[in-house]
Design a protein around this ligand. Structure first.
Ligand code: ZN
Length: 333
């Protein structure tokens, strides 16, 4: 058996991986709750996603190319299965940075029936997916097990009803259509139906008055670090894509470009006492995947507390702060 030097991501890491991957596809992503399976919404539709690291199949199966995930019986599944939302099982292979998905409609009846179920694919298919973006392995029953790069996790979810029925060349075409939609249109909304495929990329329209109100209330300075310099942006506390993500001043805060992105990526946040906190579990995840360059410099770049407008009616609503941290996958763990 070959030994692979594989980065093993733990549960929390995999949750950040899911959020970051979905954001490659849509701005409109929110983490809701759950503990593997996790509940997410993308473009207002809700899914449960169970995610596991992909492993070699273990001794005795004789095929070096075979890999698998194992899904143990768990109470966590019952809420998901009873919710009426789609429940998806994903494998992640860190060596190639590729997801693998098994047809959720074929598996509904298998979950929780045995102590552990094993789901198989092939390392070679994951390698292929890395180079050509998407690839499928067909098992003994002719079922497609689809591997794809993280950019297409959102596309996979939105195409769930038909994607496992597609032939290889149709899968390639689906990815190509999605890329074309992204390239053709930097803004606006799309809803394209071609044959059995539907691709929706939704973006929100912004209220220009929101920006002005926020800039004025915060004196054109970042509430986390104090930088102005025309680097500030009007950030939504509850994201604009969320039902409660209003353009009211109590859902806004002025942040510099760095802190705005860092806030939306869950690197930094503020709690209900208005303390500014580094999200350590996200930082640990970024260290594991080798994206932690500049971390010390970044950590030094914020006040202890958020700097707020003196006028209390212009300050963030505490309830919004709570929802905001949840949708960004931040918990006080
Ligand atoms: Zn700042």
């Amino acid at each position: 058996m070959s030994v692979r030097d594989t980065t093993i991501l733990d549960r929390k890491d995999l949750r950040y991986l899911l959020i970051d991957s979905l954001r490659l596809y849509s701005d409109n992503v929110a983490f809701i709750d759950g503990n593997n399976p996790y509940r997410f919404s993308i473009n207002k539709k809700t899914y449960y996603v169970l995610i596991k690291n992909v492993h070699e199949s273990g001794d005795g199966r004789g095929n070096q190319d075979e890999c698998r995930i194992q899904v143990a019986k768990t109470q966590n599944f019952n809420d998901a299965l009873n919710s009426g939302n789609d429940v998806i099982v994903l494998g992640y292979f860190a060596d190639e940075k590729v997801f693998t998905a098994w047809n959720p409609f074929m598996m509904r009846d298998r979950f929780n029936q045995k102590q552990t179920i094993s789901l198989y694919s092939r390392f070679s298919v994951q390698k292929l997916a890395k180079t050509q973006k998407i690839a499928a392995y067909r098992d003994n029953n002719g079922q497609s097990v689809i591997s794809f790069i993280p950019d297409y996790l959102g596309l996979y979810l939105e195409s769930l009803n038909s994607i496992h029925l597609l032939k290889d060349e149709e899968l390639m075409k689906l990815v190509e259509q999605s890329d074309n939609l992204n390239n053709d249109n930097a803004d606006g909304e799309f809803d394209t139906t071609e044959g059995i495929l539907t691709i929706t990329h939704a973006r929100q329209k912004r209220d220009p008055n929101f920006r002005r109100k926020v800039y004025d209330a915060y004196n054109n300075k970042c509430a986390m670090c104090g930088i102005g310099l025309e680097l500030i942006e009007a950030a939504h506390i509850v994201p604009h894509s969320h039902d409660l993500g209003t353009d009211e001043i109590d859902n806004g805060i002025s942040l510099c470009a760095l802190h705005h992105t860092a806030y939306d990526r869950s690197l930094i946040y503020f709690d209900e006492q208005l303390e500014i906190l580094i999200n350590e579990s996200k930082m640990e995840y970024l260290e594991k995947v080798g994206l932690d360059s500049g971390i010390r410099k970044f950590e030094k770049l914020a006040f202890d507390k958020i700097q707020l407008p003196e006028n209390h009616t212009l300050r963030p609503n505490i309830g919004n702060i709570k929802i905001a941290n949840q949708t960004r996958g931040i918990f006080n763990e």
